[in-house]
Design a protein around this ligand. Structure first.
Ligand SMILES: [Zn+2]
Length: 600
């Protein structure tokens, strides 16, 4: 999971009060591959970001019954997305009498004349708490949180917890232990721990690790230092020949563990000295954590070289894993930029860093929003023999960063082992798999041929970890193919199958198909035949849905509505694409008719 949106509230408030800060992340430009009317977008794009935010805020209060905002609420803009046809979508977080509201996020939709066109909201109720007086002191709340999450508590601050239909006065506390942080929410009146959610997403869930251990399975991906697999950078021009002044861009070679020889844009710091840092991609860089649990990127040791060759294709060089990491991160950034014009993970033009050799025998990899970087452990040497630096893992994890910067989908429940549950969390995992496999298609590396499988290079007995065409073929996490009322209580990786399957059906259709050497056979709940609209269009629909029409509480029925809206924007309500979105969801048993009334 991504970081709970709680901590982000502070950031958003700061952005909203500084008009210049907003402009930095705002008008992202057309964020899907499809432009319908660039000319109209240009004329209507002249309204300033501040004017758009003001119009959206006024619209939210004018349409209070639809938006759910009420007296005492303040709206703080987090993001403004502009469509090619000129429509705007302003994402807000909320405070209530200056207290951050958890689960109070909403997106206000405006047409190209800045008139109200609808709202997507996380909470369907007014967030007025019964009391504004806390019984617990901040110190008492912090010590409760520290006990619950077994670590050291930072300061506690008062919030309104509006998740799950309530509106409770609560304390929000960050607890850290061994480099991992949790956000704990403690009821300010009863002292009950309302939630305890890890701030970073581990690629391998505690449940999966236990299953693998029970089965005596190991993760031991094959390495190789083959050559001729790299392709030239398509997106950026390193311009290395004007290298008289330093630092200068250089063309380096990575000898990676899993994707052969790859070309990397590096930095020449002086004559004969290079650093594993890519100035053409916002200064994205990989460092060596040297076995520490630091969440501070600046504490990582720089990778430097005299030859601009990085690694030797084997784990005997500490730099090989760094080559994989730097390659995976830059390919992911390029995928988002080239496909959606997204500039960096948070669309703010900032670097996405990576640290390899993180921690002592850590058998995992994760996106850490605190350091804005990917952290890769080396494996425990027993069950996990190598660093988890394969491409689709990186694409998956960085997509959690993208979700964190947009819809911030949250698990509804986390158990004491750290396993996460609930449909919004499952949707988050699914989007990470969908875009993660699209990163593979984008990278088109012969050493890691693109497919709709996740973790196919991990060396697992079932040959993959998860797959989008027929999720239930996975027996390790028990991923499901179809929605049912119980899905709301399913572990997030297992539950991810519902929307991953819908995405696959939308892209490629039902039945047998061979794509790039892999045979797929996608079933449907209602035995209907679905004809796919192609991966490019399906991906554009899901991206637009994520960035415009999803909020922290979006469940699978909400995702159906979001993707229908996105398809309508892009292709029209009478289009084959729109109808196929509807059919794909019906084929995984998500329909307008079976939406649970409690969550409508
Ligand atoms: Zn994940």
């Amino acid at each position: 999971m991504g970081r709970p949106h709680i901590r982000r509230v502070a950031v958003a408030v700061a952005v909203a009060t500084a008009a210049t800060g907003l402009a930095g992340t705002a008008f992202a430009g057309p964020s899907t591959g499809v432009e319908r009317s660039a000319a109209s977008a240009r004329t209507s794009a002249s309204a300033s970001a501040a004017a758009v935010v003001a119009a959206a805020r006024a619209a939210a209060f004018a349409h209070a019954s639809a938006s759910g905002v009420s007296k005492g609420d303040e709206l703080h803009a987090q993001d403004v997305m502009i469509d090619p046809e000129g429509a705007r979508h302003v994402r807000f977080v909320r405070t209530h009498h200056n207290l951050p509201v958890l689960g109070g996020d909403l997106v206000v939709h405006l047409n190209n004349k800045l008139a109200y066109a609808g709202v997507t909201r996380a909470a369907g109720h007014a967030v007025k708490p019964d009391t504004t007086r806390a019984r617990l002191t901040a110190r008492q709340a912090a010590s409760k949180a520290a006990r619950a999450a077994k670590g050291h508590a930072g300061g506690a601050r008062l919030v309104v917890d509006a998740r799950g239909g309530g509106a409770a006065l609560a304390y929000q506390v960050t607890v850290t232990s061994r480099g991992a942080s949790h956000t704990v929410v403690v009821d300010a009146v009863t002292g009950k721990v309302r939630s305890d959610i890890p701030d970073s997403d581990e690629f391998l869930s505690p449940k999966l690790v236990r299953t693998l251990r029970k089965r005596g399975e190991t993760i031991n991906p094959a390495t190789g230092s083959g050559s001729g697999t790299a392709r030239a950078s398509l997106v950026f021009d390193p311009g290395g020949h004007r290298a008289a002044r330093y630092p200068a861009n250089a063309k380096g070679t990575g000898k990676s563990l899993f994707v052969g020889k790859v070309r990397l844009t590096t930095t020449q710091t002086s004559r004969g000295h290079f650093q594993l840092r890519d100035r053409t991609r916002y200064g994205t860089e990989t460092r060596d954590a040297k076995g520490s649990y630091t969440e501070s990127f600046t504490k990582g040791k720089k990778f430097t070289s005299r030859t601009d060759v990085w690694g030797n294709g084997k784990t005997s060089s500490r730099t090989s894993a760094a080559a994989d990491a730097q390659y995976g991160v830059t390919e992911t950034l390029d995928f988002y930029k080239k496909t959606f014009k997204r500039k960096g993970i948070a669309n703010d033009g900032k670097a996405a860093h990576a640290m390899v050799h993180w921690g002592k025998k850590v058998a995992n990899a994760f996106w850490d929003p605190t350091c804005n970087c990917m952290l890769y452990g080396d494996g425990d040497g027993k069950m996990f023999k190598k660093p988890l630096v394969v491409l689709d893992v990186t694409g998956h994890e960085l997509t959690h960063g993208v979700v964190d910067a947009t819809a911030k989908l949250e698990p509804t429940y986390v158990d004491s082992d750290g396993n996460q549950y609930g449909e919004p969390g499952a949707l988050n995992e699914s989007l990470a798999d969908i875009f993660g496999s699209n990163v593979e298609f984008f990278a088109h590396n012969k050493k890691d041929t693109p497919d709709f499988l996740i973790g196919e290079k991990l060396g697992l007995k079932q040959k993959f970890l998860r797959r989008l065409d027929h999720p239930s073929l996975d027996k390790l996490e028990g991923t499901i193919d179809y929605w049912s009322p119980e899905t709301y209580y399913t572990e997030v990786h297992a539950g991810s199958g519902v929307s991953s399957h819908a995405y696959y059906l939308l892209a490629e259709g039902s039945g047998k198909r061979k794509i790039g050497g892999v045979t797929y056979d996608s079933p449907t709940y209602d035995n209907s035949k679905v004809k796919g609209i192609g991966r490019t269009k399906a991906t554009a629909i899901f991206y637009r849905a994520l960035t415009r029409y999803m909020v922290s509480t979006t469940d699978f029925h909400g995702a159906r509505v979001a993707t229908l809206k996105a398809a309508k924007d892009l292709y029209g309500a009478k289009s084959t694409e729109y109808k196929t979105v509807d059919r794909a969801w019906a084929a995984v048993n998500v329909t307008a008719a079976n939406r649970p009334t409690a969550r409508r």
